[in-house]
Ligand binder design. Structure first.
Ligand SMILES: *Cc1c(COP(=O)(O)O)cnc(C)c1O
Length: 440
């Protein structure tokens, strides 16, 4: 066995691995953590140092690392069948997961991919194909929210609106339209989040009134726009978006890849607006952060438009690992934990406790727009200065906390297994990291 010491591992990763969302040259100054194992909400490096995983390993982990119940489900499945292709075959884990996701979302006909971006691609293609199958081929355009994020493959990037990720690839992308974001921080002074959201919905209507005939779908991140920096908005926007999409005959795609599975306080964020989208995209937390899996569910009406003798009217999209049994078993174990532990109700209490623990942070003189939704907390830092995110990241690591601020926005998205004493500890360390990164 080769030397797995931390320095050796970091050298080798730099030589052999191209890390995601990373300028590799910066790894010289800030090397990645060399993680040997995980335990609950903690990551443990090869030297035995412990880091609290305050962002749930890019928002995917729900019930901690090495969760015994999810481990057991995957181990059991390993002894049965690890994978079989889903064209021409089926298996119990994918059938049961599809039934349970349908019961939870009120949609059905689960179509699987392996990551969030492919779920976006699937929803966009299904929507445009639906209009084609119903003889409205001109309806193939897409709309999304300003500052929205839906993944980074070429199709998903076309409806994403984050210049840092998008501009470089602009020549590769298909045009799409962005309508004003209801991000409550952008409200006029004295204007409520709700009034602002309604004003943004008017802009949505103005666009639909003119372009519905060439628009297939409107894709949104319900309640929280994650990647732009946890922008939060009032649910009335989703209510209006649902009404307007009905009125103008445009599909509503709810990208719940980040917010699904309890993140905003309800199982799915759309529930807080009492709406049902035409498509829901799920991924990230679906397997509790264990295995790559995504799903798109839709309505009977849309499904029926594909159901035909003609092969080409069917949805001929596929991925090699579609409906992977191990990933489906992990997802089923996650749903069991939600039910058995009454996680949504338990998180309501945890959410209040964590907000309480962060009181000193929210009252800090440089903190602006402290906000939270369910198990997500975020705040902006005034006069953060250039390099703030990097400084904060380093100071937090020195405190034993793994976080990656987005620009001048600091956010926390801890695994749901966080305990009250971990909340106190985390809040204290965040405050200290904030003070140190501002003093530097
Ligand atoms: C993360 C994310 C995606 C993309 O998922 P990947 O698995 O990273 O491809 C899409 N939409 C939203 C809202 C996300 O947060």
């Amino acid at each position: 066995m080769k030397d797995l010491g931390v320095n050796n591992l970091i050298e080798r990763t730099r030589a052999a691995v191209w890390h995601p969302c990373t300028q590799m040259k910066q790894l010289e100054a800030s090397p990645p953590l060399a993680i040997a194992r995980g335990e609950g909400a903690w990551l443990i490096d090869t030297e035995g140092r412990r880091y609290f995983d305050a962002i749930s390993s890019w928002w995917v982990n729900l019930f901690g690392h090495c969760n015994p119940r999810i481990n057991a489900a995957i181990t059991d499945q390993l002894g049965k069948i690890e994978h079989v292709m889903l064209a021409g075959a089926t298996h119990a884990p994918v059938v049961e997961l599809s039934e349970r996701l349908a019961a939870l979302t009120g949609l059905g006909h689960a179509f699987y991919g392996s990551d969030g971006a492919s779920a976006t691609e699937i929803a966009l293609k299904m929507s445009a194909h639906y209009w084609r199958n119903t003889d409205q081929t001109q309806k193939n355009g897409f709309m999304s929210l300003q500052n929205g994020y839906h993944g980074e493959t070429v199709g998903a990037l076309s409806v994403t609106d984050i210049p840092l990720f998008k501009s470089t690839y602009a020549p590769l992308l298909r045009h799409s339209v962005q309508v004003p974001t209801p991000d409550a921080r952008l409200a006029d002074p004295g204007e409520s989040a709700e009034a602002f959201a309604l004003r943004c919905a008017d802009a949505l209507e103005a666009h639909l009134a003119e372009h519905a005939a060439t628009t297939a779908a409107f894709i949104v991140e319900p309640l929280v726009q994650g990647a732009t920096g946890m922008a939060m908005y009032h649910p009335v926007y989703l209510i209006r978006a649902r009404e307007l999409c009905n009125q103008y005959g445009v599909h509503l795609i709810a990208d719940e890849i980040a917010v699904g599975f309890g993140r905003t306080g309800s199982m799915f964020a759309c529930e807080q607006a009492g709406i049902k989208p035409d498509f829901i995209c799920l991924s990230k937390g679906i397997t509790g952060g264990y295995l790559p899996l995504s799903a798109v569910l839709t309505t009977d009406a849309i499904y029926t438009a594909f159901y035909d003798d003609a092969t080409a009217r069917g949805f001929l999209h596929s991925h090699s690992y579609t409906g992977n049994p191990l990933a489906c078993r992990a997802a089923l174990a996650v749903l069991d934990i939600f039910e058995h532990d009454q996680v949504i109700a338990a998180n309501r209490i945890k959410s209040l406790e964590m907000t309480g623990a962060l009181e000193e942070v929210s009252a800090h003189s440089r903190v602006r727009h402290f906000r939270h939704a369910g198990m997500i907390w975020a705040f902006d830092v005034a006069d953060a200065g250039p390099g703030f995110a990097t400084r904060f990241h380093a100071e937090a690591l020195a405190q034993g906390v793994f976080m990656r601020p987005i620009g001048h926005t600091v956010y926390l998205m801890p695994p749901y297994v966080i305990t009250p004493s971990e909340m106190t500890l985390l809040a204290g360390r965040v405050l200290r990291a904030l003070e140190l990164s501002l003093a530097a």
